[in-house]
Design a protein around this ligand. Structure first.
Ligand SMILES: [Cu+2]
Length: 185
């Protein structure tokens, strides 16, 4: 009596389904390393976006030959999440670099953030209640927004675009309506 009779063993099969997925995982890690490094780039000279811009400077961002956005410097803004809307703070940047307003989205008034093409923004994320997550389809990036802990998200505005910023972490009744309009002009 035995649940797994040895007669039905197949060593070749077992080695194959152990080794092949292992190689696959190593390969996926290898090709993900550089893009993740870019998304999680640190600030300062060792990063992709330099140090904070001084007045009169410009990020002059561009996509390099490997497909990564690079910038000479960046602008810092704040994004605060709460049930159930996003609040933007341009931190006193000039109107042409960053401005906030309200826009009508599908009949409802939503926060509007307007950014400038060619500039790179470093968003400091905070939540005043529960965990949310910024999802910026237009920049292809997302990051959790956690109460009591600052998180950070690069927003490189490379080209003119317009998209809805969403909440990507279930946060209660109106989670699905926690949107904001982002325009890059
Ligand atoms: Cu939320």
């Amino acid at each position: 009596m035995g649940v797994f009779p040895k007669d039905y063993d197949n060593l070749k099969l077992e080695v194959t389904w152990t080794v092949l997925p292992f190689i696959l995982i190593v390969w996926l890690t290898y090709i993900s390393w550089a893009p993740l490094d870019a998304v999680w780039s640190q600030t300062g000279p060792d990063g992709y976006h330099g140090s904070e811009c001084q007045e009169g400077e410009s990020s002059n961002n561009y996509i390099d030959s490997d497909g990564y956005v690079r910038s000479e410097c960046y602008w810092e803004i704040d994004i605060t999440g709460q049930q159930w809307f996003w609040e933007f703070d341009c931190n006193g940047l000039s109107e042409d670099l960053c401005s906030t307003d309200y826009a009508t989205v599908e009949g409802e008034l939503k926060p509007l953030l307007t950014l400038k093409t060619g500039e790179t923004y470093f968003a400091v994320l905070n939540s005043i209640d529960v965990t949310h997550a910024v999802k910026n389809p237009g920049f292809g990036m997302m990051e959790d927004v956690v109460p009591g802990q600052e998180t950070y998200l690069w927003m490189p505005a490379v080209e003119e675009t317009s998209f809805l910023m969403l909440c990507a972490e279930y946060c209660g009744d109106n989670h699905a309506y926690m949107t904001a309009q982002v325009n890059v002009e």
